[in-house]
Design a binder for this molecule. Sequence first.
Ligand code: AMP
Ligand code: MN
Ligand code: MN
Ligand code: MN
Length: 285
Amino acid sequence: MSQPYDLHAHSTASDGTLSPTALVARAHEKGVKVLALTDHDNTAGIEEARIEANRLGIELVAGAEISVTWGAQVVHIVALNVDIENAELQTGLNRLCDFREWRAEEIGRRLEKAGIAGAYEGARRFAKGRIVGRTHFGHFLIDAGHAKDMRQVFKRYLVRNKPGHVSGEWAAIDEAVGWIKAAGGQSVIAHPARYSMTATKLRRLFGAFKECGGDALEVVSGSHSASENIVMASHARAFDLLSSSGSDYHGPETPWTELGRLPDLPNGCEPIWADWHPAERVSNA
Ligand code: AMP
Ligand code: MN
Ligand code: MN
Ligand code: MN
């Protein structure tokens, strides 16, 4: 079941637990031939990952997972094959990282009010890269005995109407797609089955994304069920969008996802990588 393409994965540059080097080494070990590093709202791990990928002879796709606010929802857009030197992209990502920094301090203040001291500093200790995300607060809260696992942390503390929730404005969908285009990349709606939206709302999202020049849906995701993959394949066809596939790997602590451990794209999908290589370069292993 190992796939040659895994186009969604995180390192310590965001909320993953493996360094970019260790992530690439693990992908290689698991049989991945083309890996996209897609850290939240930054590309700081790409250069390190590229060095290890060159050493091991696997292909590294420069990417990011951009946080977007669409109406009242947060949606993630995966960028693939971007020029990480592009000023428009980096200016956009820096804005989101500045917001993340403020949000992290605010989450800390709110948890403090709820009787949990030292959360900001604690989350900072778990964040080895530039960004502090909710997952880092999660690691701190579990470590300090406030919850037993990540699922419980989010449910008790970090989602809407809970003490550590802070809402805010991420990028607009057309901004995110615009930054990706400016950097010569392709944009993908990440894990589309994971948003709590009705089918009607989801179709509106896909329509809006298509209208601003979006390229693909992440039809196969490590966070999708087999039937969700099929549903998303039919949406991709209906909206004339390409299909992507990625594990959304965050590290060995979540053993239910693994690099490259993904089913095939359902029949009738046009893979986003169809025109990336001459056909013979990456075979189905
Ligand atoms: P952030 O971008 O900092 O708001 O954090 C979002 C990240 O938190 C996602 O990319 C996941 O890695 C993680 N996450 C979100 N919801 C959950 C959940 N219910 N359980 C575990 N991890 C979650
Ligand atoms: Mn994450
Ligand atoms: Mn995501
Ligand atoms: Mn992700």
